[in-house]
Write a protein that binds this ligand. Structure first.
Ligand code: AMP
Length: 320
């Protein structure tokens, strides 16, 4: 039995299915989680299907998360989408079900779950949900609203088909989703729109960033700057790609200070592999898109030096 068929068999077996995704969700986390939930609801209307985790205001146009009681987990199948490692699962009750399935597209550093289906070559976890649908040929119908959510997930994780992980297969899946009744262009525009405070912060970032000799760029965003621009940590996502637009930049990082003084590191690259560096700072992720953490600012200079060395050692092409 293929892994996809096995996943469908488990879905058929359980009356209650609870779907989780990662903390600090992005459109792919929401899209894969809620898209899968909508598919299961449509094909198995008698099942109770829940999508759980913190509700994030900026993503409510994709879907809303649900509050459930601990008891609901008793006889449930739990599926976690788009979440590489267990500490990042939003809502720690994900272990309380009868059976656990991991569906993810990050490097499989933490292979948790009774079934662990991971494809690090997929552009997004939303693409994998469509791979599941296609693999079980005709057994799962996709409602239009699920197509909309999955399309948003693919658009989010590929930066509107710009990033490396976009494959011909990704485009075929996106095309398959666009056959459904939703406005794809609206989603593209939505994911490209920024609030005015973010636009003003973008100007600050371009004014104040540093580009090292070897093409590593960085900016530190301390609390006072975030407060001045009235920006919350969750709103920094549109800032992240900005430094990469600069021709000379090969890899870059944005250090966002948190309320407790610690830093969230967001790291991106056009070629040099940066996820090993992320692992050195309590993080991880994809080779060209990772995240990490620092308890305080003490190690920032050392970290920037390492990023610069990665840029210096890169001999492949970036687009400069
Ligand atoms: P972000 O900059 O938070 O959007 O993260 C970029 C990528 O790195 C995402 O694919 C995340 O899954 C991954 N990532 C971010 N933070 C961490 C972390 N603390 N541990 C492992 N992976 C992470």
């Amino acid at each position: 039995m293929s892994i996809e068929t096995n996943i469908l068999e488990q879905i058929k077996k359980y009356e209650t299915i609870i779907i989780h995704r990662h903390q600090r969700p992005d459109p792919d986390a929401y899209g894969s989680q809620c898209g899968l939930a909508a598919i299961i609801r449509m094909n198995f209307p008698d099942k109770k299907v829940y999508q759980v985790g913190e509700n994030v205001h900026g993503l409510s146009w994709i879907a809303e998360q649900e509050k459930i009681e601990d008891d609901t987990y008793k006889e449930a199948l739990v599926i976690v989408t788009d979440t590489a490692n267990q500490p990042r699962v939003d809502d720690k009750r994900y272990t309380k079900g009868k059976y656990l399935i991991k569906i993810d597209h990050h490097p499989n550093e933490d292979p948790y779950g009774d079934i662990c289906w991971v494809n690090p070559h997929a552009s997004s976890c939303s693409e994998m949900i469509m791979d599941l649908v296609n693999a079980v040929e005709g057994q799962l119908t996709v409602p239009d609203d699920a197509a909309r959510m999955l399309y948003a997930g693919i658009i989010g994780d590929t930066g509107r088909f710009m990033y490396d992980a976009t494959t011909p297969h990704t485009m075929r899946i996106a095309g398959q989703l666009m056959e459904h009744d939703f406005e794809a262009a609206k989603i593209n525009q939505k994911l490209d729109s920024i609030a005015l405070p973010v636009a003003r912060l973008a100007a600050y970032v371009y004014e104040n960033m540093t580009i090292t000799e070897n093409g590593a760029a960085y900016i530190v965003l301390p609390r006072e700057i975030l407060e001045k621009f009235e920006i919350k940590d969750a709103s920094t996502a549109p800032i992240v790609p900005l430094l990469g637009k600069i021709i000379e930049v090969k890899c870059w990082t944005i250090l966002v200070q948190q309320k407790d003084g610690s830093f969230r590191l967001r790291i991106r690259s056009k070629g040099p592999v940066i996820n090993e560096l992320a692992k050195e700072y309590a993080g991880g992720g994809h080779p060209l898109a990772s995240g990490a953490f620092m308890p305080d600012g003490e190690k920032i200079p050392e970290y920037i030096k390492k990023l610069d060395a990665i840029a210096a050692g890169y001999t492949g092409e970036s687009n400069d």
